[in-house]
Design a protein around this ligand. Structure first.
Ligand code: ATP
Ligand code: MG
Ligand code: MG
Ligand code: MG
Length: 468
């Protein structure tokens, strides 16, 4: 089955179970300052869970565009390192707004995954987790679905006892609840341990589907208010389930990514499509193109700065592979080939996306080469393994290297960066600007312009600490 057929099968299955097929919403959450991007299928239904909004249906199903590259849900640093994390992915979901609860949610998921008429996955390849004290879910898996006890794992809140978390929350506030997750075992040839174990982060046991039993609304002061009615929110990554169905061990080996990887390899004169840099580029073209298609433009703050940082990362990976000309924007065509049908806006906005990417690539190209030289020079001159804060600041301030970009280049070479030193240099610059502003208004204006690359964080958006 192709990815597009899996997406359709999912929607068909839930439509048969009386779910309304609803379109994906924008990557920009509608009128909701508590999350930076749409991070899950439930985001567009938040008010339905809270009982603030009534719709003509109580069951819905979607294939939702998601971005996890900023705020509470941020997988940017995982991309290229795990087989399963992307900045952009599609989340297949089914939702109950006070309609069915645990029993049906579990039954639907199990039927879709394992029955012959649908995905037909052998049950012995699957494992499930439940929230540590959720005996009801445990019994449903064990008694009703026939999952053996040694394949059901209890997991609580992340901490000393558990390596991962079985309580899902949209953000610091909002709907949340205990969950049960379904894992697929990619086999002993892949490194990694079962859910909850210290080796969980490997790629052997991959979480494919999360079923959340939405029961609470977490308020700003941390109080857990019960929702008007217990509800269900589920999410399954299309790319992860496609890897299972297509019998490959990495999301990057599925049909959709192969097309993008081949296109990127061709543009950059590469033959090995398993290289991490190419994977990062193939990942990043999706988030960048969809963000622009949904109205985000590269800028120095908020979502626009996340977009800028991702484009610059892609440009840097291209540079690393010897790319001298802007190449990234040329990948939009390949993306439209594989996703334009499911997302007509993407095809419609192709030209606009290409132009925005090219502009950003050209702008960064002016300082990229020079920045890399500065970095190399600093590495040559230093004695330890930490890039001095002043260099990191210079790269940021003069060469347009966002902090996380420099950290990425450093990590690539087994080095770290002096973040505290960077903060000091940044504060000194702020002080200088402030002092100057006391004496000369015009000078202030100039300083402000010079500092156009400064990003002061998005605290106001999602309560994260300042990100520069
Ligand atoms: P993981 O533990 O692997 O990071 P998660 O528990 O953070 O996943 P959820 O928030 O439960 O993920 O999201 C629901 C589903 O969406 C996951 O089960 C997975 O299939 C998919 N998913 C989550 N994050 C990503 C990502 N960054 N890239 C691709 N798919 C993802
Ligand atoms: Mg995660
Ligand atoms: Mg998880
Ligand atoms: Mg999960």
């Amino acid at each position: 089955m192709k990815s597009s057929e899996i997406r359709q099968a999912f929607l068909d299955y839930f439509n048969k179970q009386n779910h309304e097929v609803v379109e994906s919403s924008s990557l920009i959450p509608g009128n909701d300052p508590t999350v930076m991007f749409t991070v899950a299928g439930m985001v567009q239904f938040k008010d339905c869970f809270l009982g603030k909004e009534k719709r003509s249906y109580t069951r819905a199903t979607t294939s939702q565009k998601c971005v996890r590259a900023g705020g509470k849900h941020n997988d940017l640093e995982n991309v290229g390192f795990t087989a399963r994390h992307h900045t952009f992915f599609e989340m297949l979901g089914n939702f109950s707004f006070g309609d069915y609860f645990k029993e049906d949610a579990i039954r639907f998921a199990w039927e879709f995954l394992t029955s012959k008429e649908w995905l037909n996955i052998p049950t012995e390849k699957l494992m499930v987790t439940v929230y540590h004290d959720d005996n009801e879910a445990y019994e449903l898996w064990n008694k009703k679905m026939g999952v053996a006890e040694d394949r059901i794992i209890r997991i609580g809140d992340k901490g000393e006892k558990y390596n991962s978390d079985n309580f899902w929350a949209m953000g610091d506030t909002g709907p949340c609840g205990p969950c049960t997750e379904i894992f697929y075992d990619h086999g002993p040839e892949v490194r990694g341990g079962p859910p909850g174990s210290p080796e969980e982060d490997g790629d052997r046991f991959i979480e494919i589907w999360n079923l959340v039993f939405m029961q609470y609304n977490r308020t700003a002061d941390g109080v857990m208010e019960p929702l008007p009615k217990p509800s269900v929110d589920t999410g399954m990554g299309l790319e992860r389930i496609a890897a299972v169905i297509q019998n490959v061990h990495s999301n990057y080996e599925i049909d959709l990514f192969q097309h993008l990887l081949n296109a990127a390899a061709k543009l950059l004169g590469q033959t090995d499509t398993t290289q991490a840099s190419l994977r990062v580029i193939a990942d990043h073209i999706r988030s960048c193109a969809f963000m622009i298609s949904d109205g985000i433009t590269p800028s120095n703050e908020g979502r626009g700065y996340v977009l800028r940082r991702i484009i610059r990362r892609a440009a840097l990976h291209g540079h690393k592979l010897g790319g001298e000309e802007p190449f990234f924007h040329k990948l939009v065509a390949a993306l439209v080939d594989v996703m334009g049908e499911a997302y007509p806006d993407l095809a419609k906005n192709q030209e606009l996306i290409e132009r925005a990417l090219l502009k950003e690539e050209e702008q960064f190209a002016k300082t990229l080469d020079q920045g890399v030289k500065i970095f190399d020079q600093a590495v040559e001159e230093m004695s330890g393994t930490e890039i001095p804060g002043e260099t990191v600041f210079k790269l940021y301030d003069t060469y347009g290297f966002p902090l996380d970009l420099t950290a990425m280049v450093a990590r690539d070479r087994g080095l770290t960066i002096d973040e505290a030193g960077f903060d000091v240099a940044m504060n000194e610059q702020r002080e200088r600007a402030r002092a100057a502003s006391k004496f000369d208004v015009d000078l202030t204006a100039k300083v402000t312009l010079d500092k156009a690359t400064e990003f002061t964080g998005y605290d106001h958006l999602d309560g994260q600490s300042t990100v520069v």
